[in-house]
Design a protein around this ligand. Structure first.
Ligand code: SF4
Length: 242
């Protein structure tokens, strides 16, 4: 087994996947620490900001696997590799080990860093960040991610939309990759203070944006797009570890 250590922010579950192509599916989450982006509305600052680095554990595949097995009771399910940006961690050996045990792997990344082991995933969710994030998309790096994954996983696009500029960005992204299923997600304006277990979420604000987004897509006759809220936010707010 690989000796490379993986920087882990938290491992939790099983719970349901709250968004995108696998919404509702029982899942254990392995959230890695560290990100090459710093989005203005990031809702996982505890896995991004170096201020929380002392909470991130460098873990071996064996150590992660012990925890995944404990949480899942040893019954295979889908493991979501999230972050931060999980693509900056050495996850190939973990995926190989889990597959041998019958588990499946989904990974979500913004598409800024491509890895050969993307081809070993079962699901790759590419979530390029729209203008409201304050980040600029490197489409060449994004294309590299698609190339790495070409022979392997199902691939989906997921784009968070806060406003008209984000919506226009989503349309441009969809026109670049018309073969990929597209999920639009209304933005959540109330990221939690990372140390708070139960941050208050403006659910009505999220639902207002959801209604606005559904109307936009419908009025545009954009029938290829699927619009989904973050289910876990509606159920639990911005609580960590659910
Ligand atoms: Fe946060 Fe994701 Fe942006 Fe990284 S890419 S800063 S994890 S929202």
């Amino acid at each position: 087994m690989s000796a490379a250590r993986i920087r882990v922010s938290e491992i939790f579950g099983p719970t349901i996947q709250g968004e995108g192509v696998l919404i509702g599916l029982p899942t254990v989450f392995v959230r890695t620490g560290g990100c090459d982006y710093r989005c203005s509305w990031c809702d996982t600052l505890h896995a991004v900001d170096s201020e929380y680095r002392d909470q991130w554990q460098p873990m071996s595949v064996d150590e992660i696997w012990q925890e995944v097995t404990r949480l899942s009771g040893g019954k295979p399910l889908t493991i979501s590799l999230s972050g931060g940006n999980p693509a900056i961690q050495p996850l190939g050996a973990l995926i190989a080990h889990g597959h041998a045990e019958g588990y499946r792997f989904a990974l979500e990344t913004q598409g800024s860093v491509a890895k050969e082991w993307f081809a070993e995933l079962d699901t790759l969710v590419l979530s390029p960040k729209p203008p409201s994030s304050g980040m600029l998309t490197d489409w060449a790096a994004f294309d590299d991610c698609l190339r790495m994954a070409a022979s392997g996983p199902q691939i989906a696009l997921k784009i968070v939309v806060f406003d008209d500029a984000d919506y226009a960005y989503a349309k441009e992204a969809a026109s670049r990759y018309p073969h990929l299923p597209l999920y639009l997600q209304p933005g959540n304006h109330t990221p939690p203070p990372p140390d708070e277990e139960d941050a208050v979420v403006d659910i009505e604000g999220v639902m207002d944006r959801m209604r606005w987004l559904v109307d936009k897509v419908s009025d545009d006759r954009w029938f290829e797009a699927r619009v989904l809220p973050q289910l876990h936010v509606l159920i639990w707010g911005n609580r960590r570890g659910v």
